[in-house]
Structures are given as structure tokens and as C-alpha cells.
Design a protein around this ligand. Structure first.
Ligand code: GTP
Ligand code: MG
Length: 195
């Protein structure tokens, strides 16, 4: 798939602000700072379409990006950021849950985990939640540039094991820095959208 066009369509915190349900959506979920917004920029080949930051907690709303007028990529706020207040964190959790449970045009959620670390308890919880709603199946291992080629397979095995992935679930290593892995993910998304 070639992305010819990508633009922010809507920024929302509640369902009444979501765009109309005219095209399918693929959402990106993962911890704060894992690289969700960077992945969106990589896929769309737009350096600053989504704002990124070295400080976790950058994306605080549900951001809908319209791609090729065919589908949307939905950049969700990150979870697991310790430095925000409990009530704020619960608010974000609720905002994400409301979207994931209620959105009829949501086709799949790409779960992002940092390739260097064993998935956290919250990552496991999120993946099980996605599994429950049939939204699971694609995991992106971000920041693949941070491990050597030798370490890569080992890291991916740890991710597979900790998330309890089945043989057909995909783990795709991606680096937004080195700009690698996005073609594989785009192919996966194309396949999904065609099915
Ligand atoms: P929140 O919006 O806070 O949930 O974070 P996010 O998941 O959107 O992360 P974001 O894309 O803002 O990236 C967080 C930090 O990780 C930034 O400093 C990025 O430059 C860095 N980063 C993202 N992807 C990569 C990557 O592939 N390699 C390296 N080395 N750094 C990356
Ligand atoms: Mg972000």
C-alpha cells in the first residue's frame, strides 16, 4: 500500500466528537512513550503529522487521521504513565475503553511494545482486553534500532511469550529512527482492509 494522503481529521475526548462511521479504523495502543505517534509519522511519511515527545504523556486525546480517504489511523493516548494524577490516568483509561468498546468501525488495534523490554502487566492486560473483543493479532515492536540483529529474535520471543501470542499473531519490528519495518506493517494493514 502506498499512502498518498494523510491528514488529521478530528481530535476527540468523547464519542460525540468522533468522526462519522464511513470508513474502517485501525488504532494504535501502547504505553506512553512507546512510539505510537512516531509510527504514524513513519507510515504516512510525514515528519510532523503527529506530535511526538521524549516526555511521556504527549498525546492526550484520541486523534483520528484520515488516510487515502480509505481508512483512518487512530492515535490513542498512552497508558502506564506514572507521573500523571490517578484521576487523570483513570480519565484516559475510560476514554480509551469507551472508544475500543463502542466504535463499530474499529477493525483492528495494533499493540505497540518497546522491543527492549518484557511487556508490562498493563501491556498484557491491554492485549488480553483486545483479544476479548477480537481486536488483537498485530503487535509492533518499536525502537528496533536499539537492539542488535542478534538480540532481535530473542526480544521478540520474550514479547510473544509474555503476551501469550499464538502462531498466527504477528510481531513486526519497526524503527521510526532508521525507518525500517513500516513496509511490512503497511502490507499487513492492506491485507486487513481488503478482507
Ligand atoms: P504518548 O503520546 O506520550 O503516549 O507517546 P507515543 O507512544 O506517541 O510516543 P512518541 O511517538 O511521542 O515517541 C516517544 C519518544 O520515543 C520520542 O522521543 C521518539 O523520538 C522516540 N522514538 C519513537 N520511535 C522510536 C524509534 O523507532 N527509535 C528510537 N530510537 N526512538 C524512537
Ligand atoms: Mg503520542
Amino acid at each position: 500500500m502506498i499512502i498518498k494522503k494523510a491528514d488529521i481529521e478530528t481530535v476527540a475526548v468523547k464519542p460525540s466528537q468522533y468522526p462519522e462511521t464511513d470508513i474502517p479504523e485501525i488504532a494504535f495502543a501502547g504505553r506512553s512513550n512507546v512510539g505510537k505517534s512516531s509510527l504514524l509519522n513513519l507510515l504516512t511519511n510525514r515528519r510532523n503529522l503527529a506530535r511526538t515527545s521524549g516526555n511521556p504523556g504527549k498525546t492526550r486525546t484520541i486523534n483520528f487521521y484520515r488516510v487515502n480517504d480509505d481508512f483512518r489511523i487512530v492515535d490513542l493516548p498512552g497508558y502506564g504513565y506514572a507521573k500523571i494524577s490517578r484521576s487523570q490516568s483513570e480519565g484516559w483509561g475510560q476514554m480509551i475503553e469507551t472508544y475500543l468498546e463502542g466504535r463499530t468501525t474499529l477493525l483492528k488495534v495494533v499493540q505497540l511494545v518497546d522491543i527492549r523490554h518484557e511487556p508490562s502487566a498493563q501491556d498484557v492486560q491491554m492485549y488480553n482486553y483486545l483479544r476479548h473483543f477480537g481486536l488483537d493479532g498485530i503487535v509492533v515492536a518499536t525502537k528496533a534500532d536499539k537492539v542488535s540483529t542478534n538480540e532481535k529474535q530473542k526480544c521478540i520471543s520474550v514479547i510473544r511469550k509474555t503476551l501469550g501470542l499464538s502462531a498466527e499473531d504477528k510481531v513486526i519490528p519497526v524503527s521510526a529512527l532508521k525507518r525500517t519495518g513500516h513496509e511490512v506493517l503497511l502490507e499487513e494493514l492492506e491485507h486487513l482492509l481488503a478482507s
